[in-house]
Design a protein around this ligand. Structure first.
Ligand SMILES: Nc1ncnc2c1ncn2[C@@H]1O[C@H](COP(=O)(O)OP(=O)(O)OP(=O)(O)O)[C@@H](O)[C@H]1O
Ligand SMILES: [Mg+2]
Length: 415
């Protein structure tokens, strides 16, 4: 019987990584064919883990560079992160140092010894708004000449783009748009120029298209092939729950693992892991490693929807606010709450909500369209015959338990 270790921290690889064999095979095929890939999925679906697993499986054949752009705010920051990722690959790093000769020269001897933080600062000092693109071009030239082909795994690109575009004030100024356009054009240019020599895979915890769309910059990534990472089907989730149970000596009563997958409906790997982790802790506490349907029902109500669920939800809300901005976030919250509490956000309710909001530059209807586009793209809601409904039952339950008090469904409000 298969076994699986629980996730510790965010990224899972190796003996903590479950399934995704077809996805990995398809991705590797695309990569081998030289494609650049845009990995898209709902939050917590396992994008970062998938990239980390691909990194491990391909590191014999490719020079794999994993770059997390979560903290980057400019083209210069991105180049620093890229350069730091090159450091473990000595021949490439030796050439990279030449790109930074302007700042590294003075401390060439020391540079191998200083910590990554300090090295980052040193490299950053050599970059300006005027030269990062040219230095970035040089870096790409170096990577393209590498003996082994290079695979760049860029995570949290949308967070960088979003920050570039909106800054702290959540306003897209002409200057910010220009800067973002420059960055996207630079990335695009290099991805085209070195196609076949290096491949780029982009992902992030928010969708890239809605952000580029907001800035009318969608053409920037049209040479990236979208690859959608889907939720596990029930069978895969059940097998994962069984493999976890085997590892930790838990026995489910008949049909209990299936019942867990059914409760989630949409089996997002992180939610499956959370569910197991609560079941495990409950079994340990009650000192019996047999898990019944009753245990699962209680775990769902009190643990999944409890404090830890709220922490997860807060994280979702923060990410959503980063995309939408504080001005339109309240109406988005209300649309989601309607969908959660009523079970469906109908066209009628969307229309009726408009009288409660006024925006200066655009009509409320336009803003709602943008919100729905983001919510659909990032996998919160999907469209059905009667209107928009939650994709994930757990997310809906979280949302409902957080906001249902004091909420009156839109169509029941008095005039
Ligand atoms: N293939 C997998 N096998 C087992 N667990 C997984 C797998 N993929 C994801 N998980 C679970 O989901 C959690 C989140 O994974 P990961 O951070 O890779 O997702 P993500 O899509 O990058 O999330 P975010 O949207 O926050 O960036 C992991 O900590 C793990 O518990
Ligand atoms: Mg991630």
């Amino acid at each position: 019987m298969e076994k699986l270790k629980q996730a510790q921290g965010n990224v899972v690889t190796g003996d903590r990584f479950w399934d995704r064999e077809e996805d990995i095979a398809l991705l590797i095929k695309r990569i081998d064919e030289g494609a650049h890939v845009l990995l898209v999925a709902q939050r917590r679906m396992g994008k970062t883990s998938l990239m980390a697993e691909v990194y491990q499986r391909l590191s014999e054949r490719y020079v794999c560079l994993f770059i997390d752009l979560q903290k980057a705010a400019s083209g210069s920051d991105a180049i620093v992160e890229l350069s730091l990722a090159v450091q473990p690959h000595k021949p490439l790093w030796n050439k990279t140092k030449e790109v930074f000769a302007n700042v590294i020269e003075a401390i060439t001897e020391k540079v191998e010894k200083v910590g990554v933080g300090e090295l980052g600062l040193t490299l950053r000092a050599g970059l300006t708004a005027g030269n990062w693109a040219a230095k970035g071009d040089q870096l790409f030239e170096i990577l393209a000449e590498s003996e082994k082909p290079v695979l760049l795994l860029l995570d949290e690109v949308p967070i960088l783009i979003n920050r570039m575009l909106k800054g702290e004030a959540f306003t897209v100024t002409a200057e910010r748009r220009k800067e973002t356009d420059e960055f996207m054009s630079w990335l695009r240019k290099n991805s085209i120029r070195h196609q076949g020599k290096l491949r780029i895979m982009i992902s992030g915890s928010i969708g890239l298209e809605p952000i580029l769309h907001q800035a009318r910059l969608s053409a920037g990534i049209n040479n990236f092939v979208p690859f959608e990472l889907k939720a596990w089907d029930a069978d895969t989730a059940v097998k994962c729950l069984e493999a976890l149970a085997n590892e930790y000596g838990i026995k489910y009563e008949e049909g209990v693992a299936t019942n867990m997958a059914e409760r989630l409906e949409c089996c997002i790997p992180h939610h499956v892991q959370m569910f197991f982790s609560h079941v495990h802790d409950r079994c340990v506490r009650k000192n019996s490693m047999t898990c019944s349907a009753e245990d699962v029902a209680q775990v769902y109500e009190s643990d999944m929807l409890g404090v830890r669920g709220h922490v997860e939800l807060t994280h979702y809300e923060e990410r959503l606010e980063q995309v939408l901005g504080p001005e339109i976030m309240p109406i988005a919250l209300e649309m989601l709450t309607e969908a959660a509490v009523v079970g469906c956000l109908s066209q009628e309710a969307i229309g009726a909500l408009q009288k409660y909001y006024k925006f200066t530059e655009r009509s409320t209807g336009d803003i709602q369209k943008e919100i729905l586009w983001v919510l659909e793209h990032d996998g919160y809601l999907k469209q059905e015959d009667l209107g928009y409904v939650f994709v994930s039952k757990l997310l809906q339950d979280w949302w409902k338990s957080r906001y249902r008090n004091h909420y009156t469904p839109i169509l029941q409000r008095e005039e």
